[in-house]
Design a binder for this molecule. Structure first.
Ligand SMILES: [Fe+2]
Ligand SMILES: [Fe+2]
Length: 194
């Protein structure tokens, strides 16, 4: 992997070319939020910034492009991902970042898990997941509750964010991917924060 500053510049250029201006701005805010959380919880700040910036790199590919990408790169998909093709942007983004920027395993996993969550998430993956859902422009965040969870730690934040995103998925009438349920249950059972 390249030096941090050089890599950040390269990714910024790539997402500028591949994402809508709105999504590009979101990526910048997630990078900043990930940096803030990494500092607070003693996680590698450089990695958090790079992954925060790159996490949605595949998001604005068309459905056809996403399906072609998983086919060509032999990425396994499940039934729900084939119905809600949007969900594939984590898997595709992780694969792109591995091949294009030589991301190590932990950074790939943070992108892979950023949409649905996963019980095997490490601290970096948790930070990206939380940063993505709580960047300053997210209107549905209850910032009072968020502050409370932040005091307790990353696992409490995971539960707060999963509750919020599962409720939002129900509100929109969409299918809930079981990975989000498994992840929420995992953190409720294994919450070591308090
Ligand atoms: Fe995303
Ligand atoms: Fe995102």
């Amino acid at each position: 992997m390249k030096e941090t500053e050089e890599l950040l510049k390269q990714i910024e250029q790539d997402i500028k070319n591949n994402l809508t201006p709105k999504r590009y701005e979101h990526s910048i805010r997630v990078m900043k939020r990930a940096e803030e959380l990494a500092k607070k919880y003693n996680v590698d700040v450089k990695k958090a910034k790079i992954v925060g910036l790159a996490h949605d790199i595949a998001k604005d590919m068309s459905k056809e492009q996403k399906l072609a990408y998983v086919e060509e790169n032999q990425i396994e998909t499940d039934e729900i991902e084939r119905i809600n093709i949007e969900l594939l942007h984590g898997k595709i983004g992780a694969d792109i970042c591995k091949k294009r920027y030589d991301f190590p395993d932990d950074m790939q996993k943070a992108i892979l898990y950023h949409t649905l969550g996963n019980p095997n998430m490490d601290e970096l993956a948790k930070i990206i997941f939380i940063a993505d859902k709580t960047e300053e422009d997210r209107t549905y965040v209850d910032f009072e509750k968020l502050k409370e969870a932040e005091k307790n730690g990353l696992n409490s934040l995971m539960i707060y964010v999963l509750d919020m995103s599962i409720k939002y998925t129900i509100y929109k009438g969409k299918i809930i991917h079981p990975d989000s349920i498994y992840t929420r249950n995992y953190f409720l059972i294994h919450n070591t924060d308090i």
